[in-house]
Design a protein around this ligand. Structure first.
Ligand code: ADP
Length: 450
């Protein structure tokens, strides 16, 4: 670890590694500092995919989409509270981000949908595997290929500033004494605070007993450090609850399971919601059921299309029955109700009309291929929509609404883009789109500094 770099990047999740690659490709000398023993952050855990509109992969597959539709549906999902300038930049640069990834060997050509979208806009790896592991591996290979230094077990505790200009950080490499690392520009990509009991309780005391799907390093460090520099925060109380979380270890059951056709039933074996409504609505509906839990119900067809299910099965989360009745008995719900639920659902699929709950997506296949499966789930803390305020150049904005010179941020540490509710697949898009922008902007600024 040298004492000075062009661009100091705090946090080695998707946003940080993307920014580093762009800064390096702009001819500069970046460094990535990561407090955990491994890179990847929450990005490693992401499962849905990356949303983008008007992409070459959509066109190849005959899917008609537009940036405006992506914009409108994201705005609707966020209840109209999204930062509109950020959102516009986001949708307009989404297809380019897909191309950029493809150009560095990260191919996302397998399309699906998540809650709150009308067309297949969620891009996944070809084999349908979870995007997180695939993306992190691809980004790490690119970081290594470019000889970008990355230091793990390196906790950044402070961002330095002189006369309003950011110029470095304090970092503590494990077991060593804290030291100053100078940087012409600093990029904060430390992720959210979904694993910080302290911050969750501060902003949302009602959520204090919820399990979290977040990795332990998501403790809002970047937000705290930026607040000390006078940075502005937005939407800090907007915390996304994911509707389908296996509760033992806070393992998120990806939206693709519903996207590929699963339904939700309550403890009585009855459907109770449009399973692919937005995350907040589905979570609320589950919390209204007796016991505040539900079961995802699906067949072998869904299991073969949503490959993440193999991972859930290995963890022991999937209950199996040769018939719906056998499955119902095993999970202890009334068999006749569950049989009715599946039969009515299959009718809805056949007629493309869900008269009970008006679901319109994820209904390409009936649930009729044995065996049948159930996963018990309940809502859990998943994502912190709020964070520091940035502009479309990813400059961090202070309380006087002015950029803090030399300071950039991207990814879950920032707030505003998603408003009050994030659409699944938009965070991966965010870290690539704004991670790229942060790397480019920080590099352009650093070049001007002597
Ligand atoms: P994003 O999706 O925005 O890229 P991630 O959660 O994937 O966010 O990555 C953020 C990374 O930043 C995590 O690996 C996390 O451990 C790391 N991190 C958080 N706080 C610090 C800190 N104070 N110093 C260094 N790294 C940090």
């Amino acid at each position: 670890l040298k004492s000075s770099y062009d661009v100091v990047i705090i946090g080695a999740g998707g946003a940080g590694m993307t920014a580093a690659i762009e800064a390096k490709d702009a001819g500069l000398n970046p460094v990535i500092l990561e407090k955990m023993p491994i890179a990847g952050g929450n990005t490693s855990k992401s499962s849905s995919g990356m949303n983008a509109s008007n992409t070459k992969f959509q066109k190849e597959q005959g899917i008609t989409d537009s940036n405006d539709a992506f914009y409108e549906e994201t705005l609707k999902g966020g209840h109209g509270t999204n930062d509109k300038e950020m959102l516009r930049y986001f949708v307009d640069h989404s297809a380019d981000a897909i191309d950029w990834l493809d150009g560095i060997g990260i191919k996302l050509d397998n399309l699906t949908i998540t809650g709150g979208m009308s067309v297949k806009r969620t891009h996944r790896p070809s084999d349908g595997s979870a995007i997180g592991g695939y993306l992190v591996k691809g980004l790490m290979e690119n970081v290594a290929k470019r000889d970008i230094p990355i230091f793990v077990n390196t906790d950044v505790t402070k961002i330095h500033e002189k006369d309003g200009v950011v110029n470095g950080v304090t970092a503590q490499v494990q077991g060593e004494k804290a030291r100053t690392i100078k940087g012409k520009a600093v990029v904060v990509t430390t992720g959210g605070f979904g694993a910080s009991k302290e911050l969750i309780e501060k902003y949302r005391p009602d959520l204090k007993n919820y399990v979290t799907t977040n990795q332990v390093g998501s403790t809002g460090d970047g937000i705290k450090m930026i607040e000390k520099l006078g940075g502005q925060t937005v939407d800090m109380d907007q915390i996304q609850i994911h509707p389908t979380v296996q509760q033992d270890k806070g393992i998120l059951i990806g939206e693709a399971v519903r996207g590929e056709g699963a339904i939700l039933v309550n403890g009585e074996g009855n459907r109770f919601v449009n399973e692919l409504d937005t995350r907040d609505k589905v979570s609320n509906a589950i919390n209204e059921q007796s016991g505040k839990y539900a079961y995802l119900i699906f067949d072998q067809g869904v299991r073969s299309r949503a490959t993440a299910i193999e991972f859930y099965a290995k963890q022991g989360y999937v209950t199996e029955g040769a018939t719906i009745k056998e499955l119902a008995d095993k999970i202890n719900v009334p068999a006749s109700n569950l049989e009715n639920a599946v039969t009515s659902w299959n009718q809805a699929v056949a007629t493309k009309q869900d008269t009970a709950f008006q679901r319109t997506t994820g209904m390409d296949h009936p649930l009729d291929q044995a065996n049948y499966y159930a996963i018990k789930i309940a809502p859990g803390i998943h994502y912190t929509m709020g964070g520091v305020k940035i502009n479309t150049k990813t400059q961090v904005i202070n309380k006087e609404n002015k950029p803090i010179t030399g300071l950039y941020a991207a990814g879950e540490v920032t707030g505003g883009l998603h408003g009050q509710n994030r659409i699944g697949g938009n965070s991966v898009a965010e870290i690539v789109i704004f991670g790229r922008q942060a790397g480019q902007q920080a590099a352009a600024y650093a070049k001007e500094q002597k």
